[in-house]
Design a protein around this ligand. Structure first.
Ligand code: AKG
Ligand code: FE2
Length: 345
């Protein structure tokens, strides 16, 4: 298939969603003005009170929401603009140019296309989204075109990697661990970084298709920026909320590996991308994980404190592969499968 973009822009005016996209969707969500906002610049504040307050807020955000809006993060606006420009140019290239990146294997380091998901009743749906996914660290992979992509992405991956490192240090502190604990035990100098650009064209029947169904992210911390068009929703206390983040901020969420590592303190929260019938939405995502060879389980000092481990350890590489191949959209998630419940002890 040539991509959802081509379909949405074809000369025949689409009045309904072709049946292969039909996803039983429950799009209602509420607004929330209480998604935590974290001011990154305060983490380096020389006022001890200010710093300890932001560490406390950060810990609370990871525990209660698993999502927060990061402001004053230090990544220049121009660098983000350059990424949107490059991603837009990529999706605007002719279908033949993009087709060479359609994956042969799920683990190809450069992938473009659209995605099918299957539910527990064995029905398959195509998602209303074109994506470009690139492995950018420890090895950097990037399509040759558009030419502006390489430099912009190299820079963005360096900057987001530094930011992830600094946030993970602060998150270690929120749990009473040494600042460098995660960096050392999870081999963060060779952290696995995945970049994804998501392109959601306007959809004639936004309630009958979905951009990305409910899921959690597999890594430690995910960073998301978007082009100002709403669409991300997150689950909080069993309800769905719109996650609107202001221009120039970064929406950060804690992923499965951080929930496991923190022995359940940080929450890897379900989220989904819904559609609209007016505007194209673009989101740019950087998923930051441990090195792929790390066997990640609950941190021993936390297990000692809690007197039990609440999750089974697994090599991160294996976790990613399993999540790619095993999951049914409405089935038990891999994270749920890794949990050790109290009655199983
Ligand atoms: O586009 C969005 O807002 C969500 C993207 C997302 O959840 C993902 O790429 O994992
Ligand atoms: Fe996600």
């Amino acid at each position: 298939m040539a991509g959802v973009k081509v379909l949405a822009e074809s000369s025949v005016v689409l009045e309904s969603v072709p049946s292969k996209f039909n996803f039983v969707n429950e799009p209602t969500a509420s607004n929330s003005d209480s998604i935590p906002i974290i001011d990154f610049s305060l983490l380096t504040s020389s006022h001890p009170d200010q710093r300890s307050r932001v560490i406390q807020d950060l810990g609370k955000a990871c525990q209660e929401w698993g999502f927060f809006i990061l402001v004053n993060h230090g990544i220049p606006e121009n660098d983000m603009e350059a990424m949107f420009k490059a991603a837009t140019e990529f999706f605007n290239m002719p279908a033949e140019e993009k087709r060479q990146y359609e994956p042969k294997n799920a683990s190809d380091p450069i992938k473009y296309g659209n995605f099918n998901v299957t539910n527990t009743s064995n029905q398959t749906f195509t998602l209303w989204r074109d994506y470009l996914k690139l492995y950018v660290h420890p090895d950097f992979h990037c399509p040759l075109k558009p030419e502006i992509l390489r430099e912009a992405l190299l820079n963005y991956s360096v900057r987001t990697r530094k930011l992830a490192g600094a946030l993970l240090e602060a998150i270690s502190e929120t749990m009473g661990l040494e600042k460098s604990y995660m960096e050392e035990t999870l081999n963060l100098e060779s952290m696995f970084q995945l970049f994804a650009a998501n392109f959601y064209p306007p959809c004639p029947e936004p309630d009958r298709a979905i951009g990305i169904p409910p899921h959690t992210d597999h890594g430690l911390l995910t960073f998301l920026i978007h082009n100002g068009v709403a669409g991300l929703q997150i689950e909080h206390n069993g309800e769905w909320f719109h996650a609107n983040s202001p221009h120039n901020s970064i929406l950060v969420n804690t992923g499965d590996q951080l929930e496991i590592f923190s022995n359940g303190r940080c929450k890897s929260v379900k989220h989904r991308a819904v559609l609209n019938n007016e505007k194209t939405r673009i989101s740019l995502v950087v998923a930051n994980g441990p090195s792929v060879n790390t066997v990640l389980g609950p941190a021993p000092p936390l297990v000692a404190r809690d007197r039990r481990a609440s999750y089974i350890p697994m090599k991160y590489k294996e976790y990613i592969e399993k999540q790619l191949t095993n999951s049914r959209v409405d089935g038990k998630s891999l994270l749920e499968q890794m949990m050790i419940h109290e009655n199983e002890l």
